[in-house]
Design a protein around this ligand. Structure first.
Ligand SMILES: NC(=O)c1ccc[n+]([C@@H]2O[C@H](COP(=O)([O-])OP(=O)(O)OC[C@H]3O[C@@H](n4cnc5c(N)ncnc54)[C@H](OP(=O)(O)O)[C@@H]3O)[C@@H](O)[C@H]2O)c1
Length: 312
């Protein structure tokens, strides 16, 4: 079984290789999935480069990948939700970069018939992260005005849409080239960070600010947008206490065991079926090692909005 593995930390062009892996056994609560497509996330780049090895070290050869979609080929004796032949969307703790993965059934959901393979491969990390921030961490009330920085990104675009589905008023920022996209997703007001300072335009307007930019780059303007005693959430790093310009609750988002992927997946696929959720795909690349390297190199820079997916 072909899998795309890293044999060390380092540059994508130097550490990725194709390995011929032995299939794993399927235990009682697991399913085996023949992968049709997998998605790439900035997190994967952090693990592969070694930039995250203090908090996330791996044994080589290591197969990256949380996001995928495919067909169930075997089910464990305790699995009741899925049958062989079902098309599923999956969110395992690793291993989607390849032809097959074995994962707990609770980390999968049936793929809606109307959802394309590439959309399904692009959904898990960004959709589940956005759902967990809004509905598990914050339990966001529909009356809250919420500012999304990085609204054109994978997580940001999900946040905007989930907030609109929840009835919230949404302020958003991203680069000017993505203004149309972010407004189309439902943002009520938009500021292009490369033209204006959102911190000035939206000063003191948001009950909640979520910094979903890559690397949490927008703290200063985010704090200017936050109302006094509001809630500030960042996906990468929150401002240190001495840098904070507003009183409030500051949270660095991290997933927790009690956040159930099944619940998030059910909510996301329901919204998709109700035409309330779009999954923006930037690029679909062929199922080759060269594609995996290309995707990593693109995501390392400042890519176009939308997910990059590798599809058979
Ligand atoms: N803590 C967690 O559990 C968790 C979970 C998922 C993701 N993350 C992290 O969250 C971040 C976003 O992930 P993603 O998948 O949504 O990434 P993404 O799709 O690449 O989106 C990045 C966003 O950042 C914006 N951006 C890029 N450079 C910027 C700059 N210099 N100033 C302001 N905004 C800038 C982009 O806007 P434009 O392209 O319009 O410029 C885009 O909206 C990543 O760092 C990821 O590792 C954390």
């Amino acid at each position: 079984m072909k899998r795309f593995a890293i044999n060390d930390y380092g540059k994508a062009s130097e550490v990725f290789e194709v390995i011929d892996a032995q299939p794993r056994d399927v235990s009682e609560e697991h399913i085996r999935v023949n992968i049709e497509a997998f998605g790439i996330n900035p997190y994967d780049i952090g693990v592969r480069s070694g930039g995250m090895k203090q908090i996330r070290s791996v044994n080589f050869p290591y197969v990256l990948g949380h996001d995928g979609t495919g067909i169930v080929t075997e089910t464990g004796s305790q699995v009741t939700d899925f049958q062989v032949g079902d098309a599923v969307i999956i969110y395992p703790i690793s291993g989607t970069y390849g032809e097959e993965v074995v994962l707990p059934a609770k980390k999968a959901v049936k793929r809606p018939e109307s959802m394309s393979i590439s959309e399904a491969a692009g959904l898990p990390t960004v959709g589940i992260t956005a759902y967990n921030i809004l509905h598990q961490l914050l339990k966001v009330a529909k009356e809250s005005v919420v500012m999304i920085q990085g609204a054109s990104g994978g997580v940001g675009s999900m946040l905007v849409q989930l907030l609109k589905a929840n009835g919230n008023y949404v302020l958003a920022s991203a680069s000017s080239k993505n203004e149309e996209l972010v407004k189309h997703l439902g943002a009520d007001e938009f500021v292009a960070y490369d033209i204006e300072d959102a911190g000035v335009v939206f000063s003191n307007r948001a009950d909640i600010v979520i910094d979903a930019t890559k690397g949490s780059r927008s703290a200063k303007s985010g704090m200017a947008i936050l109302k006094e005693n509001g809630t500030y959430v960042a996906l990468n790093s929150i401002p240190e206490e001495k840098e904070r310009t507003k009183e409030g609750t500051y949270i660095f988002f991290q997933t927790k065991k009690e956040y159930l992927d099944k619940e998030a997946f059910e909510a996301l696929t329901t919204l998709y079926k109700n035409n309330q959720l779009e999954i923006n795909i930037a690029e679909v690349l062929p199922f080759t090692l060269a594609s995996v390297i290309k995707a990593h190199e693109e995501i390392e820079g400042h890519p176009s909005a939308g997910k990059i997916v590798i599809q058979k």
